[in-house]
Design a binder for this molecule. Structure first.
Ligand code: SAH
Length: 391
């Protein structure tokens, strides 16, 4: 990369109003912004030279002042169950991850909002690496742009498609959706701690001229930054997921330390406010199942008391262990009993299917191994992806 590149504006970071202003600065008319977005998001083109319905001199000015640059791929891993994980490069020493999960009726892309995380949840692999930096809007949107392009390419290239099959050559995802139909901000980082860059990214995901995703197909997951949930209600109406993980403050203080600042009662108020002001249907409460910690029948009943009568769904996530953790996953029958306790009390509950665990792509595992793997070789190039230790 030359220093000239550094000066260019990455158009993946500009929602429509900002792109329109940018185009105007280059002396062009507002509708050119929509044409540009059409090329970028509908056709997946990042090269101005290919945008043939734009005047040649405008394309030249664009090429001098702007770029469409997605994060670089450092490594790709394909799971036997069809899940794909990409290790992406933020800059020389920092990497973050993105995961695509194909299912029969949807293709879910799980994206990161930060490199590392400052929230320090005790059961989360990302927390162990500490906080490195916020991703920019262009890096957040760039993940979706890149995944769409890579999936498209895989579809068009039988050889690459084969790589998506299991190691045994089976094609478990034969009938699965291999396009991005849903985006979840459940990768690395706390999206609401990067509010400034996440909100414009959401706008591009929802914009008809952007990815044109319905608001119900974009989910922001938060550990519970209460003031930012109120602010979010003023800015967007995407689906909200909240990492609850405990039915009482004493336990939640331990698992999700931000609870000491914003306890459960305050958090729930913020959730109901979000739904009311955005005409949302329900909030999804994530609940990681930790053996002997938060998985008793009494705790299920306490959780049901908190949520009963509210527009809430509970998603039980079997804990995904990672090196160095002292937690264990609750046994399957315990998870089922917990779900049944909730269902019997009229609280909607589902158990999340664990995907991609053979490639450490499962929930909360992102980057867990990246820290150990200080160097990733890709062809002849070597990228250092050591992530700074937690201070
Ligand atoms: N910072 C956001 C996004 C985190 S990742 C948030 O806290 O919501 C998405 C979900 O995975 C969260 O509910 C998170 O608590 C959960 N999670 C983290 N580590 C996990 C692990 N090791 N096993 C299972 N789920 C985990």
């Amino acid at each position: 990369m030359t220093s000239g590149d550094m000066q260019r504006t990455n158009l993946l970071g500009l929602p429509r109003p900002q792109l329109t202003a940018f185009v105007a600065q280059l002396g062009s008319r507002p509708f050119r912004a929509r044409q540009l977005m059409n090329w970028m998001y509908k056709r997946g083109t990042g090269s101005f030279a290919d945008m043939t319905d734009l005047a040649k001199d405008f394309r030249t000015r664009l090429a001098a002042a702007a770029e469409v640059r997605a994060p670089e791929i450092v490594a790709v891993q394909n799971s036997a169950d069809g899940t794909t994980k990409w290790l992406l490069r933020a800059d020389a020493s920092q990497a973050f991850e993105m995961v695509f999960i194909p299912e029969a009726d949807r293709g879910t892309l799980c994206i990161s909002s930060q490199v590392g995380c400052a929230l320090d949840c005790s059961f989360c692999a990302t927390a162990q690496q500490g906080f490195n930096r916020n991703l920019s809007t262009a890096e957040i949107v760039g993940q979706v742009w890149l995944a769409c392009r890579e999936l498209e390419r895989a579809e068009a290239t039988p050889r690459i498609l084969a790589a998506h099959r299991g190691a045994d050559g089976a094609d478990p995802g034969g009938a699965d959706e291999r396009h991005v139909t849903n985006v979840v901000l459940m990768g690395m980082g706390e999206p609401l701690a990067n509010f400034r860059n996440v909100v414009p990214a959401l706008a591009i995901l929802l914009d008809d001229f952007g990815f044109d995703l319905s608001r119900r197909r974009v989910t922001l997951s938060t550990s519970g930054l209460v003031p930012q949930i109120y602010k979010l209600a003023e800015e967007t109406n995407v689906a909200l997921a909240v990492s609850l993980h405990a039915p009482d403050d004493a336990l939640r203080n331990e698992l999700v330390p931000i609870n000491r600042k914003h306890p459960i009662a305050e958090l729930l108020q913020a959730c109901w406010h979000y739904l009311d002001s955005r005409c949302g249907r329900s909030v999804t409460f994530e609940y990681v199942m930790l053996d002997g910690v938060n998985d008793s029948a009494a705790q299920a009943r306490a959780l049901a008391r908190l949520l009963k009568g509210h527009p809430a769904k509970v998603n039980l996530i079997p804990f995904n262990p990672f090196p160095g953790t002292h937690y264990r996953r609750s046994p399957a029958p315990v998870i089922q009993r917990f779900r049944d306790e909730l269902l019997q009390r009229g609280v909607l509950a589902t158990i999340r299917r664990t995907r991609g665990d053979d490639i450490d792509a499962a929930c909360g595992q992102l980057a867990g191994r990246v820290i150990d793997r200080t160097t990733v070789r890709l062809g002849s190039k070597t990228f250092g992806v050591a992530v700074q230790p937690q201070s």
